[in-house]
Design a protein around this ligand. Structure first.
Ligand code: DAU
Length: 333
């Protein structure tokens, strides 16, 4: 089995590659990554010498790069490459349209050309928009509210069309919020943990009443592994755990685990178009035989420990480019 993972130097892509090389040691993995600010080869240093792993630096938007990565052919494509941070999409949407939409298009074309046996689109629950109560299922309408989620929804629609029109064996996955080791410290959980480890306050948007559903990276990788074995082409699978928490609850948990009090919270101006609540019905996935191994609190404790023990990894990222971006964001609020 030879697979192409795009965006494999990012948080989820790198975790997935490490999972695959451990779980399916005979598989060959090609990682195509542009190495944007979020792509980090440090995430893969444990496996960089593995003979079944190959890295190709390149952009999914560029046909030549995709061709180079595919080489003589691959059996499966996992499209992890994406611009993913909602706040960035509000400041500068263009890269999202390019990578998330046009990059998907290029990969779909390549999947057709090379007769790929399976194409997995890694997508998000944010395509459904926000839901006050109840759950989104796989047939819920798309109502994206940020340039990020609109670009992911557009890519999903392209995938659907390529299944219907060209019979391309596509599976779309809509996941809830990932967290775990190696997540870039701009997302809520790693930002708050690393801020506190640096004795800095944590910026809670609005009153922190928004709800997110959370999945630990390893549980997520196991879900994808099951979906590629038991899922049907043309189908969409929600990947949710049922672990839904308000942002303020997540914040309080992190504060208390790290021994801080309320004085470390800074309530800042809300994110424009901020989705209030995400909640997935994941019965279709559960029927395939999946269940999360870790509770949210266990996963969060493991994550906190990883950031405590890997300061060098994130301290590098929190200087330079990230800091410039973060200050701009923060001062705006
Ligand atoms: O739902 C899946 C999605 O989760 C993924 O598709 C996205 O790529 C990923 O970025 C994530 O989107 P969110 O906007 O939910 O994640 P983020 O970590 O940016 O924010 C989580 C919640 O925390 C959200 O309600 C905004 C809030 N927040 C975030 C940051 C960065 C804060 O209150 N303060 C912050 O500084």
């Amino acid at each position: 089995m030879r697979i192409l993972v795009t965006g494999g130097a990012g948080f989820m892509g790198s975790n997935f590659i490490k999972y695959v090389l451990k779980t399916h040691p005979s598989w060959q993995v090609v990682n195509l990554d542009k190495l944007t600010y979020a792509g980090n080869l440090d995430n893969l240093k444990e496996i960089k010498k593995n003979k079944n792993y190959k890295f190709v630096k390149g952009d999914t938007v560029n046909r030549g790069d995709v061709k180079k990565a595919i080489g003589q052919g691959v059996d499966k494509i996992f499209n992890y490459s994406a611009e993913t941070h909602v706040d960035r999409s509000i400041l500068k949407p263009e890269a999202f349209i390019k990578t998330d939409v046009f990059g998907t298009f290029t990969l779909l074309e390549a999947a057709r050309q090379y007769n790929v046996a399976q194409y997995i689109q890694i997508s998000t629950d944010e395509v459904y928009g926000s839901i006050k109560e109840g759950l989104f299922n796989e047939n819920s309408p798309f109502e994206p509210n940020s340039p990020y989620s609109a670009s992911k929804a557009s890519a999903d629609l392209l995938c659907r069309a390529y299944f219907k029109t060209f019979n391309l064996p596509i599976i779309i996955t809509h996941s809830c919020n990932f967290y775990g080791p190696n997540q870039y410290p701009e997302k809520l959980i790693p930002l708050f943990i690393t801020n506190l480890l640096e004795n800095k306050k944590v910026p809670v948007y609005g009153k922190g009443n928004q709800t997110r559903e959370w999945i630990f990276t390893e549980d997520y990788c196991r879900a994808i592994d099951l979906i590629i074995q038991k899922g049907e082409p043309g189908e969409t699978y929600n990947i949710g755990t049922g672990y839904r928490r308000k942002n303020i609850e997540v914040t309080q948990f992190i504060l208390s685990e790290l021994g801080f009090g309320q004085e470390m919270i800074e309530y800042v101006e809300d994110r424009p178009g901020h989705d209030l609540r995400y909640a997935l019905n994941s019965k279709k996935l559960l029927k395939l035989g999946w269940a999360p191994f870790l509770s949210f609190e266990e996963g969060l404790c493991r994550t906190i420990k990883w950031y405590q023990e890997n300061r060098e990894w994130w301290q590098k990222l929190k200087s330079g480019e990230y800091l410039k971006y973060y200050k701009k964001q923060y001062l705006k609020r």
